[in-house]
Design a protein around this ligand. Structure first.
Ligand code: LLP
Length: 416
């Protein structure tokens, strides 16, 4: 994370001191580094140099329009999972011809929307969804481009909530059933087979399961070709992990190398759907210590960000480094703190047992919060969602203003 560094004891994002952002926009606030986002995209492009491949950023990781727009300008496509994400990508200037529509339960309306704008492909996850898409396309006088998401029954060895390649999960169709389903798809007038899709999980640090999945996809493509069913692309999904506390994680090139080795010499275009590895290390959550509380057993630092802002620790027991943004004005001694939010749940923590020298009013940065941070935030406890700021060199751009309390209930009405 070269664009996040201490200078004279003060944490900077690129050339901007986080203290200045807090003073201008308040806390909690998500802060992103444009250069880090650019580096992440570039890392994929470089790793895929000379390969016929398209990077389709998984919008769910962070769907802020400014971030989508940045990736669209770089030439990225997008992996979406809802009509809402489709609308965002289009507003942000994404090319419909580079959109993949994933997800286990697309509605008819979402299918129609995707067809209308001419997306690149629908990733289909069941026989029933396939029939439904055929009907919708046929009724609209269209042929929907499809790939089947196959479930290769591979253990991605990640947190069970974000592991998707095992037979026991809801995702994809069993790879053994895929051939028969492709035959059926080939008969349906509303469908045009274009690819094969596979995504086995998220925060993967070992590329071996991904390479194993790629091998199964290749085997299926050859089997289909022998049966006269040709596909134009192979979609290997996303999943590459980032560093949260690990000392060493593979670079994009190191992670992709064994996968690309399996795919070497193929004629199909390759698709990748990275989310976390494009944005995760590019963002942090800036928060201020409201209260220090010394309980019977533990010390708590109650901060103004909470599980509604960053749900990952509560949901997955995920680790995010938490660092002090400056030395602080008040001298304090190092103690062990749970860093908790003001929400009424014991699961409302951002970090546990952290050694920090804290005083009330100190600013903290919760690191590597660019992916699945703001995107998974909520208004629980009627808390307005945080502001989002993008730093670009010495420039600061507010890319989402803080929500107003009145917006939280603007859509509600009293009984007559
Ligand atoms: N493609 C599909 C079909 C997916 O379901 C996902 C993520 C991705 C691509 C992007 O995966 P990535 O490159 O980000 O690993 N909320 C969890 C992560 C959930 C991932 C869901 N699917 C977390 O905070 O760790």
């Amino acid at each position: 994370m070269t664009h996040f560094a201490l200078r004279d004891g003060i944490l900077h994002v690129e050339n901007v001191a986080l203290e200045d952002i807090a003073a201008r926009f308040g806390t909690p606030c998500y802060v992103y580094s444009r250069a880090t986002l650019a580096d992440a995209y570039l890392a994929y492009r470089q790793a895929l140099e000379g390969v016929n491949a398209q990077v389709c950023y998984a919008v769910k990781a962070n769907s802020n329009l400014a971030i989508l727009n940045l990736f669209a300008d770089f030439g990225a496509g997008f992996d979406i999972v809802s009509g809402g994400e489709l609308a965002r990508v289009l507003v942000a200037g994404g090319d419909p011809g580079k959109i993949l529509f994933s997800g286990v339960g697309k509605s008819r309306a979402e299918m129609e929307d995707g067809l209308e704008v001419g997306i690149r492909c629908f990733n289909i996850e069941s026989a029933s969804e396939m029939e439904k898409l055929n009907e919708v396309a046929h009724a609209n006088g269209a042929r929907a481009p499809v790939s089947l998401r196959v479930n290769p029954n591979i253990d991605a060895k990640t947190h069970p909530y974000i592991s998707t390649g095992l037979r026991t999960t809801k995702f994809g169709v069993p790879i053994e059933d895929a051939h028969a389903l492709y035959r059926r798809a080939a008969e349906l007038p509303g469908l045009k087979i274009t690819g094969i899709d596979c995504h086995i999980g998220s925060q993967l640090l070992d590329p071996a399961p991904a390479a194993e999945a790629a091998a199964k996809v290749v085997e299926l493509a050859d089997e289909l070709a022998a049966d006269g069913i040709m596909v134009e692309h192979l979609d290997l999904g996303g999943g590459m992990g980032i560093s949260y506390r690990e000392d060493k994680v593979p670079t994009v090139a190191e992670y992709l190398a064994p996968v690309l080795a399996v795919l070497k010499g193929r004629n199909e275009q390759l698709m990748f759907e990275p989310g976390r590895s494009m944005v995760g290390n590019a963002g942090l959550l800036l928060t201020r210590v409201e209260t220090l509380k010394h309980g019977a057993e533990k010390n708590f630092a109650v901060v103004d960000a909470a599980m509604n802002d960053l749900m990952r620790p509560a949901l997955y027991d995920a680790w995010h480094d938490i660092v002090k943004v400056s030395r602080g004005d008040t001298p304090s001694e190092t103690q062990t703190y749970d860093i908790v939010g003001p929400i009424c749940e014991s699961g409302d923590f951002l970090g546990q047992a952290r050694s920090l020298a804290l005083a009330e009013g100190d600013l903290l940065a919760v690191m590597s919060a660019g992916a699945y941070g703001m995107a998974m935030s909520s208004n629980y406890n009627s808390r307005p969602r945080a502001a989002e700021v993008m730093v670009d060199g010495a420039d600061i751009h507010l890319i989402r203003r803080r929500e107003e309390v009145t917006e939280l209930f603007a859509a509600e009405s009293l009984l007559p």
